[in-house]
Design a protein around this ligand. Structure first.
Ligand SMILES: Cc1ncc(COP(=O)(O)O)c(C=O)c1O
Length: 335
């Protein structure tokens, strides 16, 4: 059920904090994390979800009270779309791999989304051999264009623009133009292409590091580009990536633990992957470097997974969530 809190929350997307990771910074190399879970619905995906809905409205593809937004998502885009769209008067259906965490599915249902579960991998494949999630969302929406709108984050230019017009300028301002390296995980490629295109327009020397997940991964939101071809949105500007880093499950989860211990941050798996990449690339780097990483979501949706992996026990999780540093309440907590 949409609430006033949700509707108001949609207005505060973006302008997320950039913090220095002081236990990792040295005199010569600074580490910064952009905490995207400060977005009202809890992740970097609030940005493209909002931009794609607004774009659909501008193009007359959405009608309040009657349109249904349908999208394949492994979680965060679904949560953002459900939170924002229901508040704006649209119904939402999400096609989701059953492997996605229980917390994510519960959250989606609580936000009013109808779920269609598939047996897909965590991140639906695109292109040739498209997985069930994308095919199913298309099959449901295509015959009923009068009712259904599928934003299709894998192709929608509004996804790119949400980062080109906001994430990039925010990082540029927050670092006073001092950012030298930009590191982000990749799913659709919206974050990397939008943010990096803007940053390189300001300073072409900024190095951009793309993080992909290992094959057969547990890093929700990320993709492995051998397992699954590159989405069209990413292909249009894939040259913005200067370097690639493939994060393993193990190193990413170890880094989740290290960030909890050293920085008291409770991060999602992909932030662990990004941090691993930041540390790796910092080796041998010039003095005066400032590395900015995108921390896409926090750990609250992954408590069950973290306990299954024996990363944290129940009391450690209780401690991390009871004494939160940088763990704001989300729009749906207000309901
Ligand atoms: C959880 C999560 N979702 C999404 C993204 C970015 O995805 P996209 O390439 O679709 O912008 C990331 C990137 O780090 C992520 O960690």
């Amino acid at each position: 059920m949409a609430t006033l809190a949700q509707a108001k929350a949609a207005e505060r997307i973006g302008n997320t904090p950039l913090i220095e990771l002081t236990s990792f910074s040295t005199k010569s190399i600074k580490f910064y994390a952009k905490l995207e879970w400060y977005n009202p619905f809890g992740s970097v995906k609030d940005r493209p979800a909002y931009w794609m809905i607004k774009d659909g409205e501008r193009k007359g593809l959405l009608k309040k009270g009657s349109s249904i937004i349908i999208e394949p998502s492994s979680g965060n885009t679904g949560i953002a779309l459900a939170g924002i769209a229901t508040a704006l008067g649209y119904k939402v259906e999400i096609v989701i791999p059953e492997k996605v965490s229980q917390e994510t599915k519960l959250l989606l249902r609580n936000l009013g989304a109808t779920l269609h579960e598939t047996t897909d991998d965590l991140c639906p494949r695109v292109g040739a051999g498209t997985d069930q999630s994308i095919a199913l969302a298309k099959a449901i929406s295509k015959p009923r264009p009068d009712i259904y709108y599928m934003p299709n984050q894998y192709e929608n230019e509004a996804n790119f623009l949400s980062h080109y017009e906001a994430t990039g300028p925010e990082i540029w301002e927050q670092t006073d133009g001092r950012v030298t390296h930009f590191v982000t995980g990749c799913g659709t490629g919206g974050t990397i292409t939008g943010t990096a295109t803007f940053l390189k327009e300001q300073n072409p020397d900024i190095r951009v590091i793309a993080v992909q997940a290992q094959k057969n991964h547990l890093l929700q939101g990320l993709r492995n580009f051998e397992e699954s071809s590159m989405p069209d949105l990413f292909l249009r500007r894939k040259d913005v990536a200067d370097e690639w880093f493939t994060a393993t499950n193990d190193e990413s989860f170890l880094m989740v633990k290290e960030l909890a211990e050293k920085e008291k941050l409770f991060v999602g798996p992909s932030s662990g992957a990004v941090m691993s990449a930041m540390i790796k690339i910092s080796q041998g780097m010039n003095s005066g470097s400032s590395i900015v990483g995108i921390f896409a979501d926090d750990g609250r949706k992954f408590k069950t997974l973290y306990q299954q992996l024996k990363l944290f026990d129940e009391s450690q999780i209780a401690n991390l969530t009871a004494n939160p540093k940088h763990l704001p309440s989300l729009a749906f907590d207000a309901d």
